[in-house]
Design a protein around this ligand. Structure first.
Ligand code: MBD
Ligand code: FE
Length: 306
């Protein structure tokens, strides 16, 4: 069949058959995606077995709750960031901290504190470096944003995230820090280790077919928000990790690479109230004012909340 015949057939089956109220946006998208799928079946001569294997794959990926992971791994989530960047550029939005993907592992409801939070539950203190993260939230002119909400989450020494990894305590390595009167936030935590897709999982199965690995560099996620400003979804990825520029989820971006410096002088340790050398990362955040010119950065997606 040619495209005209395909589109005609899709319309006959899914548009002309409507007998009740139609969500025209859903109809538009379904019709387009079905037409594109039928066309791909034609062009690639996709067999019936291949088609059913594909549907079975989505069943399995959904049952494993890996569709969010798949979207990250295939670059769909990064592509949406590139589109959002384009829309920002068109709207004249510049100068703020770059966005990068949320990923599938955020959990709402983390403990909240002002200015400072200890993020780790202490169970890995003996086997991994302590990390202090600090920064200031400002607007694009450098004015501090008091009370900005800084949501931070990251992996443990095995690259695993609490909640999804049931061996960790509730909200381990997840906190909401309200920037103090100087727009400053400080987090005491442990050095994250890069995530790897579950080796026997559905996402890794596709990556294997593509000859790809499923690893991320060491990184820390952020949502930063304040009234009147566009919500920022971002992360920093840590210099020195072998996957820094080989991230299976394509989240590392210019402007989002952080260097962890070693701190081992007694005075600094005393000031931070720790008894061993630690790592330190500065991550300042610049938010841009809310704008009607660009699509909202408040993304509605299903997120767990604990
Ligand atoms: C992660 O930690 C992550 O950030 C992404 C994008 C995908 C899988 C695991
Ligand atoms: Fe992550």
């Amino acid at each position: 069949m040619n495209r005209q015949e395909i589109d005609q057939l899709v319309k006959q089956m899914n548009v002309d058959t409507a007998t009740g109220p139609v969500d025209t946006r859903v109809q538009q998208i379904v019709v387009r995606l079905l037409g594109d799928l039928f066309q791909a079946i034609e062009d690639l001569d996709i067999s019936q077995t291949e088609l059913w294997k594909g549907l079975e794959y989505f069943t399995d990926a959904g049952q494993a709750n890996e569709l969010g992971l798949l979207a990250a791994g295939l670059g769909l989530e990064h592509y949406l960031d590139l589109r959002a960047d384009e829309a920002d550029a068109k709207a004249g939005i510049t100068g703020c901290t770059p966005r990068t993907i949320e990923g599938p592992l955020y959990v709402a409801g983390a403990p909240e504190s002002v200015g400072f939070a200890r993020m780790d539950d202490g169970t890995e203190s003996d086997k991994i470096d302590t990390l202090f993260i600090e920064g200031t939230v400002t607007d694009t002119d450098g004015n501090v944003i008091q009370g900005a909400k800084v949501e931070v989450w990251h992996a443990n020494s095995l690259g695993n995230y609490s909640f999804f990894d049931k061996s960790q305590s509730d909200f381990n390595l997840r906190r909401t820090i309200i920037a103090d009167n100087a727009g400053h936030y400080v987090a005491q935590t442990t050095m994250p280790v890069g995530y790897g897709c579950p080796p026997e999982g559905t996402t890794q199965a596709v990556l294997n077919k593509l000859g790809r690995h499923g690893n991320r560099p060491s990184h820390v996620h952020y949502f930063v928000s304040a009234p009147g400003y566009r919500k920022l979804t971002t992360q920093f990825n840590i210099e020195g990790d072998q996957y820094l520029w080989d991230d299976f989820a394509f989240a590392t971006r210019e402007g989002l690479v952080a260097t962890a410096t070693d701190v081992n002088d007694a005075e600094a340790m005393a000031k931070r109230n720790v008894d061993k050398p630690f790592k330190h990362i500065t991550f300042n955040v610049e938010l841009v004012k809310e704008s009607a010119q660009a699509p909202t950065t408040e993304i509605d997606r299903r997120r767990v909340s604990a």
